[in-house]
Design a protein around this ligand. Structure first.
Ligand code: UDP
Ligand code: MG
Length: 350
């Protein structure tokens, strides 16, 4: 019985890359206003990928329960240069679930993830693809070139978050890596095999290993509307990421417990010392109250942390599906259909 997993059969070489192809997964939630334009840009990209790398591509739009005309527009998109799949989820499940739905439906080898709001420029993808095909990298992830326009508070919290999640980790998650990334066929296959339901995508994509490379890019401003990720959602995502990925908070809890207990022990010793050397009774109220409050507060926090993990165990145990697909359509691009048709005729003639 093999306890690991062997994905070496999917290794990319310059010779087989064209046959492996590329799936572009785009989660869309209320992106009706920009979808047509995005599809235009993706079509141009597909054309260039075909010219430069003889790579055929498909795009998988995952409609994450949009309330505007996103689905309607997506249904009408043409498959001129690339195959188009539209996967419509039964309700809004959140971006992480939409990404997984896209990964599950991708039919080509390599998988590219990008946002549907135009912030991840399709023109940039060619460079990422060349790292995969020509450079032989498996995970090509992007990071924001600079965070100058973000507040100090935000930058500090991001820094703290990664420091905590990477604490003692063998495979560090790179700071400020985004969801805009390319996975080679074997890396995508590895990611598909992870059985957990609570997935912290960025973390897992780095945890799988293989040859990884970071590429800096300048995200474009959002083309319309506002970001759906406000402070509270980001905080939720961070807690989700931390608890589904690392046991650092639990370790932190035990460490704090040990620290507090040692402090209390030393304090006790110092009182004893004082009583024995000076002979006077030490008044106890203030220290007692401070001690009680500290211990009480810390215990509550720690119970909360443990509770987060118990919640995680519960949701893994329930094993509910991560998403439901309400509607699915796939269009083959005409060039492809023609080629497939010819290939069929050829095999029929033989
Ligand atoms: N998105 C989604 N489901 C959601 C929220 C967002 O599929 O519940 C998609 C959204 O359509 C976009 C991407 O996830 O393509 C990133 O969302 P957004 O631009 O709001 O986040 P930010 O760019 O601020 O990270
Ligand atoms: Mg965005």
């Amino acid at each position: 019985m093999m306890l690991g997993s062997d994905v070496s059969g999917l290794t990319t070489t310059p010779a087989n890359a064209a046959a492996q192809g590329l799936s572009i997964v785009v989660p869309v939630y209320n992106e009706a206003a920009g979808l047509n334009e995005l599809h235009e840009r993706l079509s141009t990209l597909a054309r260039r990928l075909r010219q430069h790398f003889r790579l055929s591509s498909e795009v998988v739009y995952v409609d994450d329960g949009s309330t505007d005309r996103t689905l309607e527009i997506a249904r009408g998109l043409k498959a001129d240069v690339l195959d188009v799949q539209v996967v419509s989820l039964s309700r809004n499940f959140g971006k992480e679930a939409a990404l997984i739905a896209g990964l599950d439906h991708a039919r080509r080898g390599a998988v590219m993830f990008m946002d549907g709001d135009g912030q991840h420029p399709p023109e940039f993808v060619e460079q990422l693809v060349s790292h995969w095909i020509e450079g032989g990298y498996d995970v090509v992830y992007t990071a924001k070139a600079n965070r100058d326009n973000e507040s100090i508070l935000r930058r500090l919290s991001v820094h703290g978050f990664y420091a905590l999640i990477n604490w003692g980790a063998r495979q560090k998650i790179p700071e400020d890596a985004g969801d805009f990334r390319l996975l080679s066929p074997r890396a995508a296959a590895a990611l598909r095999q992870l059985p957990e339901r609570n997935r912290f995508f960025k973390g897992l994509a780095s945890w799988i290993g293989f040859r990884q490379i970071r590429v800096d890019y300048e995200p474009a401003p959002r083309e319309h509307g506002v970001s759906t990720f406000n402070f509270v959602r980001l905080l939720g995502l961070s807690i989700e990421g931390l608890t589904s990925f690392s046991v650092a908070p639990l370790r932190f809890a035990s460490l704090l417990g040990v620290l507090l207990a040692s402090a209390a022990f030393l304090f006790g010793l110092s009182i004893l010392w004082e009583v024995f050397t000076t002979g006077k009774q030490v008044p106890g109220y203030p220290s007692l109250v401070v001690g009680l409050m500290t211990i009480g507060g810390v215990q509550l926090i720690m119970i909360g942390i443990v509770g987060e993990y118990i919640g995680k165990i519960l949701s893994e145990l329930k094993a509910r599906p991560i998403y439901f697909v309400a509607e699915h359509s796939a269009k083959q691009c005409e060039g492809e259909a023609e080629a497939a048709h010819q290939a069929n005729e050829r095999t029929a003639a033989e």
